[in-house]
Design a protein around this ligand. Sequence first.
Ligand code: ADP
Length: 284
Amino acid sequence: RHAVRPISIPISGAMTGHAAQVSAEPERPSIFYKPQGREVALFEYAFHNRLPVMIKGPTGCGKTRFVRYMAERLERALYTVACHDDLTAADLVGRHLIGTEGTFWSDGPLTRAVREGAVCYLDEVVEARKDTTVVLHPLTDDRRILPLERTGETLQAPPGFMLVVSYNPGYQTLLKGMKPSTRQRFVAVTLGFPAPRLEAAILIGETGIDSAWAEVLVRIAGALRALKDHDLEEGVSTRLLVYAATLIQAGMDPRDACLAALVEPLTDDAETIAALAEVIDATR
Ligand code: ADP
């Protein structure tokens, strides 16, 4: 039923947004994103074949940036919802509100995305209340419908609508995993910490830091991520490396910048902080 349409994947300069402007073609994305692998093609295939996408990966590894980049590339508006444990189906779908002229219906972000044919991105979807699955399920199978129980409407998602969710497998406990009946409705891709050369390129692209410093920071990240005997919940993220590079670029003492951006956010335990600081001193 879903024919796989061949799509042209721009190469080289087009990926980085620095393509020469020669014709009246739509402008290349201006959002800076360095692909880790073939996730751009996967997302495009999924979009053109109306399949929902799940992006897995640790915090700060580029999931949100990737979705923003893809929405711009596909010329879709983007509705992002940061899910939390109080988020209900009504927060996604909408609710009746009381105004000066009585009650009126107000679309939630998911409904708006369906109406407009936009991308709806649910960040950390497993955090949301269980009742959200009721609205996600009919949208993620071949019906692609969103029933609005409160208004009696049933919306048919147009081709431009796409549902994207992210989740961090590292955070999951037995109690709070994603149920197979939900996760098996998505095509999925994992983003991890970028490979060293790529991560250095990201730091340079994001902050303008010189390549020597970018390499030092990536080396420090590698050493910190390799530390297994301290029970850190998660390794230092690309986001934190960007912070460290930003502080160093701004003229902050590099050691202080590394402590503030790469050590203190990871743990509160004094011993672990001392151990991580040692790693930084030994790696620089
Ligand atoms: P996540 O959504 O996975 O928590 P983000 O997408 O917010 O993480 O990424 C955090 C930051 O790391 C971004 O703001 C950006 O500075 C940087 N970053 C991570 N990966 C990339 C990438 N592949 N290309 C460009 N920037 C990236």
